[in-house]
Structures are given as C-alpha cells and as structure tokens.
Write a protein that binds this ligand. Structure first.
Ligand code: ATP
Ligand code: MG
Length: 236
C-alpha cells in the first residue's frame, strides 16, 4: 500500500531523513520506533505532504504522491494524527471532527454518517461534542485527534506518538483503540518512543536512528532483539 524509496528530507542544512526505504502492506500495523530527534515525525510529515521530499519517492497504492499537496493525499486515503494532538482548541469537538473530513468535500448526509461512526467508536466525544476541544483532557484530545483523522475514511492511518504524555490507564485505552482499528482491517503506521506496547500490536517494525533505518523485522523479532531491548525497551 505504501512504499518509500530512498526518501530524503532536509530542514536547510539539517538532513533529518537520509535515504529511508520502508513498506507497509494492506492490513498491517507497522511501527517506527526511535529516540528523540531521530526523524520519526519528519518521516510521517513527508508521507502526508506536510514536509517536502528532497530526494526519493513516496508511492501510495502504486501512485507517486511525492509531488502532491497534502489535501490531495487526504483524498487518496492518507490521514495523520499528529504528535501533540494539534486539535483546534477554540472549536468544538464536533467542529474539529468536521474539519477532518474537509478535504473530502462530503455532502451533509455522508458527513453525518461519518460523525455518527466516530461517536459510536468514541462515546466520550459524543457526550462532549459541543465542548471546546481546548477544554478536553489530554486523553480525550488524543481520541479527538485520532477520530478527526478517521473522519476522512483513510486507507492508511498514521499515528504520531499517540501515547505521549498520557497516564498508563489512558495509554491502555489508546492501544485498545489501535487494536480495534487493526481488527477492523485498517492499515496503520504507528510512531512511538515507548516501544513495548507498539511492538506488541505491530506486525512489523523499523528502528529509525538519526534519519536512517537501522533495524527491521517482525514486532516479535524486534521485541526480542538485544540491542533494541537495551536502547528502547528499558529491559536487558
Ligand atoms: N521545522 C524544523 N526546522 C528545523 N529542524 C527541524 C524541524 N523539525 C524537526 N527538525 C529537526 O529534524 C530532526 C528530526 O526531528 P523530528 O521531529 O522528526 O524527530 P522525532 O523522531 O519525531 O523526535 P521526537 O521523538 O522528539 O518527536 C531533529 O534534529 C530536529 O531538530
Ligand atoms: Mg516526533
């Protein structure tokens, strides 16, 4: 479904992504783990069109999307739940969700259907649909960020550190949601710094170190790889 071929991304003189080639097959959950500053967010932004690719190619369902604007990539089926949630704080929960489908140009009945689908998935968001997003708890904002991405009915959902800054019980909820999305057949590319749970839900995973992929394998293989354990799993 997704194929990156020797992708490079730079911020001026800083080469944040240095020749990354990865693949995601339909129905898979694939994780990218790596330390602060490794380039994980940059890679996701390049896939959805929020940062330009300096060299290499991003191919989605057989089509090169490297030159396409971000809103066109949403229409093709790529949606990002960004690091730090980035909900619109002064808009209501409902308005945030509607924004997630904006690029799709839906007619009112379709939009209502998608809202209803997300309200069924995230009951809290239905209860709070008229509340300003900025007043939600961190966990609720994370659910809103994921639901907003799902409003565009993506083929590939990209999640950037959905567990960041949340309490353990809330993190467990987030991973339950990821599992449920996986079980419904959605393809997911997940970025996490806390790798244990990410590897546990992943079919495959990659380790990103200073802009390069250094290890790849199944979730199980990486979870038992000694250097991955030492560097990212807090176990030896
Ligand atoms: N807008 C920007 N301008 C300049 N440099 C940037 C910009 N965004 C990121 N960088 C740099 O690119 C590198 C990769 O950053 P990125 O945010 O992709 O890392 P990350 O793996 O997501 O880190 P974290 O785990 O902290 O979220 C870092 O060295 C960072 O300082
Ligand atoms: Mg990041």
């Amino acid at each position: 479904m997704l194929k990156l071929d020797a992708v490079h991304v730079s911020y001026g003189a800083i080469q944040a992504i240095r020749g990354v080639s990865i693949q995601v097959t339909q129905g898979e959950v694939v994780s990218i783990i790596g330390a602060n500053g490794a380039g994980k967010s940059t890679l996701l932004k390049a896939i959805v069109g929020l940062e330009p690719v300096a060299a290499g190619d991003v191919v989605f369902n057989g089509e090169s999307v490297s030159g396409q604007a971000a809103h066109l990539r949403v229409k093709l089926g790529l949606a990002l739940s960004p690091e730090g949630r980035r909900v619109f704080p002064d808009q209501t929960v409902r308005e945030n969700l509607v924004m997630g489908a904006y690029a799709c140009g839906l007619k009112p009945p379709q939009l209502a259907e998608r809202l209803e689908r997300e309200f069924q998935r995230f009951v809290r968001l239905r209860e709070r649909q008229n509340q300003l997003a900025g007043t939600l708890s961190g966990g609720e904002q994370q659910m809103l960020a994921i639901a907003r991405a799902l409003m565009s009915d993506p083929k590939l959902l990209l999640l950037d550190e959905p567990s960041l800054g949340l309490a353990p019980l809330i993190i467990a909820d987030i991973f339950r949601i990821i599992r449920a999305l996986r079980d419904s057949g959605l393809t997911i590319l997940l970025v996490e710094q806390m790798a244990n749970q990410a590897l546990a839900v992943s079919d495959r995973a990659y380790v990103l170190e200073t802009g390069r992929i250094t290890v790849e394998g199944s979730g199980k293989e990486l979870a038992s790889n000694p250097s991955v354990k030492a560097a990212y799993l807090g176990t030896h």
